[in-house]
Ligand binder design. Structure first.
Ligand SMILES: Cc1ncc(COP(=O)(O)O)c(C=O)c1O
Length: 444
């Protein structure tokens, strides 16, 4: 028998995994077994599994082997396409939506349809938004502790587009981007798309290890640092003022750009000053209305140091021109008339109530969470392989994300990220108790 080619083996495994012939959780042959079965070198076997891991199809567990991965919502698939179950409790993605929001949207669209502004919506907005709309965002940002001129704000189609435009225009392929060792999955996608060298910053439960960040900046030419200082995704931390000042001092002394993500910051009613306020000359602050209004709205913005406005705007124009006028009209209307502020207050109460439910349901388990955040980081025991646990949970209709989605370095801790915002609040306790039963039933 001729030895199989590396590419043929990868294709064969990929087809079997995608068709379900090798279901999630299946343990694949060891590297040595694969070398014998396929008559290939050990380095080739390693390359096969590395390629399958890069395709998101398998995961390696040190000392245990290589397993077919469970695909989470973060793979870009609809939960209903991932799971053949009629009812899914989605703990993999936060979609907070309050009562009455659909009615509010109906009202706004009706009001817009009879206003004089309708014709203006047919005309093209300048990329980054009209100045009066940017002024509405600037006024809203005062509540968040950011005092900036409307000219420093650009409006985007969601936070993700703001992040994309910032990285696309202010970094070059090969630049070093420092990111917390566990962080928002979207930043990983962007770093890879823009050819950035993403380097993990070790983390503790209280925030990034700042001494390690400083050493990293001494050892490598770090161009930018991505940070979520308030209500971190997934760990929930809120950095105190001292940590923020130290963070900014490190960025200044190594001349790094700071990309500050304030997506969940609204959940903290009185957070310490944003990094943007401490270092406006080097901080690009990005946020949006996905978690405080509605993720389907796709409205976001960036607050930029003045010298970067033009390049970032050019990059927005190149991508998708920013946010559509209709969406911008609805979103800025809600920002200006206090609707968003009201929803934010409701969300704070909702998140705190959901955390209480989680604390009770998961008491005694290894949880890292902030009392007003919408997420819990759940550490697992050594015998509870995250991928396997996620597959078992999927079988009972509970979707979760494993550490793989969040890990920015090669170390993937043994944990799950639970997003608490999506299931109806009255069902959350039940869902979490079921989750606990499934996890605790995994045999040692
Ligand atoms: C930290 C963080 N940043 C950005 C985003 C993306 O936000 P948007 O929906 O506004 O693009 C998310 C979404 O979950 C997030 O958690």
């Amino acid at each position: 028998m001729r030895p199989s080619s590396y590419k043929a083996i990868v294709d064969e495994f990929a087809a079997s995994i995608r068709s379900g012939t090798l279901p999630a959780g299946t343990r694949l042959p060891t590297h040595r077994a694969l070398t014998r079965e396929r008559r290939i070198a050990l380095a080739t076997a390693t390359r096969v599994y590395a390629e399958l891991a890069a395709m998101g199809l398998v995961v390696g567990e040190p000392g245990r082997g290589t397993f077919v991965r469970v695909r989470s919502g973060y793979d870009g698939l609809e939960p209903s396409r991932v799971l053949p179950v009629p009812r899914v409790a989605d703990l993999s993605f936060n979609q907070p939506l309050g009562e009455g929001q659909a009615d509010r949207l109906r009202q706004s669209l009706r009001a817009l349809s009879v206003s004089g502004e309708v014709e203006a919506l047919l005309r093209q907005d300048p990329p980054g938004g009209r100045l009066h709309e940017r002024a509405v965002v600037a006024t809203y940002l005062l509540e968040r502790g950011i005092d900036t001129a409307p000219a420093n704000v650009v409006i985007t189609s969601g936070t993700q587009q703001a992040l994309d435009a910032v990285l696309r225009s202010l970094t070059r392929p090969g630049d070093v981007l420092a990111v917390d060792a566990l962080s928002y999955p979207g930043i990983k996608l962007l770093a890879s798309a823009h050819g950035l060298d993403m380097v993990p910053i070790p983390v503790t439960e209280k925030g990034p290890d700042l001494a390690a960040l400083d050493s990293l900046c001494r050892a490598r030419p770090v161009r930018a640092i991505y940070a979520i200082p308030t209500l971190h995704n997934p760990l929930g931390w809120v950095l105190d003022t001292e940590q923020r000042e130290r963070f900014v001092a490190i960025a200044r002394s190594h001349d790094c750009l700071i990309v500050e993500d304030g997506t969940y910051a609204f959940l903290d009613a009185s957070p310490p000053p944003p990094l943007h306020t401490l270092a406006p000359e080097r901080t690009c602050y990005v946020a949006g209305l996905s978690k405080n209004a509605a993720p389907g709205l796709r409205f976001g913005f960036a607050v930029l140091p003045r010298p970067h406005i033009e390049t970032v705007t050019r990059s927005l124009r190149l991508a998708a021109w920013g946010a559509p006028g209709l969406i911008t009209a609805v979103a800025t209307g809600w920002l200006a008339d206090g609707t968003v502020a009201r929803w934010e207050r409701d969300r704070r109460d909702d998140a705190a109530a959901r955390q209480d439910i989680a604390r009770t349901a998961l008491a005694g388990m290894s949880c890292t969470a902030h009392p007003v955040s919408y997420m819990v980081w759940l550490g697992l025991e050594p015998h509870q392989r995250p991928d396997h646990v996620a597959a078992l949970l999927a079988e009972v209709g509970i979707l979760v994300s494993t550490a793989d989605a969040f890990a920015t370095g090669s170390h993937h801790p043994r944990g799950l990220r639970l997003a608490l915002a999506t299931p109806p609040r009255e069902e959350l306790g039940l869902v979490l108790r079921r989750l606990r039963e499934v996890i605790e039933a995994v045999p040692p």
